[in-house]
Every structure is written in structure tokens, then in C-alpha cells.
Design a protein around this ligand. Sequence first.
Ligand code: 5RP
Length: 261
Amino acid sequence: MPADLSPIDKAKFVAAKRATEFIETGMKVGLGTGSTAAWMVRCLAERIREEGLKVVGVPTSSRTAELARQVGVPITTLDEAKWLDLTIDGADEFDPNLALIKGGGAALLQEKIVATASDQMIVIADAAKEVAQLGAFPLPVEVIPFGWQTTKALIEETLVSLDVMNRDCSLRMNGAKPLITDESNYIIDLHLKRIGNPRQLALVLNQIPGVVENGLFIDICDIVVIGHGDGRVTVRDINQGSERDDFVEFKPSDNIFADME
Ligand code: 5RP
């Protein structure tokens, strides 16, 4: 295992580990994408191995599907599962209402479909993802490649009448070429700095022809599990208005690290 996980990785790990305690045998579980969600998939695999937990996962990206197969989490498609008990995923930012920015890993489309098809969505994040107001992290918008420059211009024009601080938009690249999502689309990142009205922005963006989906998750997430570098984990439930702190034991011998460099 990497003996010296950085405090940020420790925070991601403990959040992921605590969140897997919400998973019960028989559940159909949405498996998020990103570095925090990857810890969660590994922690879930450990519970499957050690407790014989019976679950099936629906991955939100090809990357997560590959990891799940590697570590032994049974997976199926959303069409097969139809409706899920729970989705656990990371986020790029979350605000006090648990509105989220997602899509830093370019998986926002499948992530939003899967989370919306779940009874509950739990976000796992390190404490740095908590913000008073969304927008410092660039908002990803998935667009169809056809006419993407026109779509980008329409997005920029639309932003003029909205409550945002900045309006620069950029096509996300993968080296010299546009990044291609799992659904064969492009991502345009909106560098807004501050989003005054996330609900309005989410609705308006999705009206623009060429926009497939945006990375604002409003009224989708119920619980956030926030990890800290010292092993402390805060579980905040927006519906119950509750918050509690726990400690997650961090054992360097955890065999979830066994196959990692
Ligand atoms: C992928 C996402 C991720 O959940 C988000 O980018 C957080 O990633 P990480 O856990 O690596 O910080 O939305 O599309």
C-alpha cells in the first residue's frame, strides 16, 4: 500500500469508507466516478470479500466499470437494474443546500442519470470541496460535437443575463484533441467564479440546443460524508437537519491497498 497517503487522500479514503456503511445486502448501488469514488469501490469490494455482502453496482463511467471488475464488485447496467437504492459519488463542490458541481472527471451525464434513478444519493468528499457558494470550480457542460462552437457561443450569450461573476468558457482538451466523454460528446467548462442562482442556471443551460447536460446537481443529493485528513468524518443529512462526527480507523494493513502501487 502507499504507506504515506497524503492528508487529502486520507480524507477521501475515510469519507469513502464511512459511506459504504450505508450499503446493505441486497441493494442496487450507483458507483460514482473520480478518485474519491474509486476508494469507495475498493471499500465496497472489501465488504463483499469480508462480510459476504450481496450487492450489484451500476457504474457511472467506463473507468469505474473497469475498476469494479478488477476488484470484484458485481456490476450491471442501469437498464437492467432500472432503479437503485443508493448512489455514492464524489463532487467537485457542494454548498450548504447540497447543490453540487460535478463533472471534473467528465462523467457528469451518466452520473446525473444514475443519481436521479436512485432513492438516495450520498456525496463523499474531502473538506476542501465545501463552499458557501458554487462557482469557483469551472462548471462542466456536456455538448454534442456537432456545431460545438455555436453551442459555446450560445452558452456565453445566455450567461450575459444570468447571475454569474465571469463568463469565460473553454473546450476541455485531452492533449491536442478535444476530450471525448463516454457518450462521445465534448465538455465545455464554464469559468463562472460565482453562481448566484444554480437552479436557474441549470434549467437555462439545458434549454440550449447542443447542450446534453450540465454538471449542476440540484435537489439530488441527500447526505454528504466529509472526510478530514486526521481520520475524522462528518456525516451531514440535509433532510434530517443532522450532523455527526465519527472516526474511521485507518489501517495501513487494509487489504484494499494490496494491489495498489
Ligand atoms: C467526475 C466527478 C467526480 O465525482 C468529481 O470530479 C470529484 O472527483 P474526485 O473525487 O477525484 O475529487 O464529478 O465526473
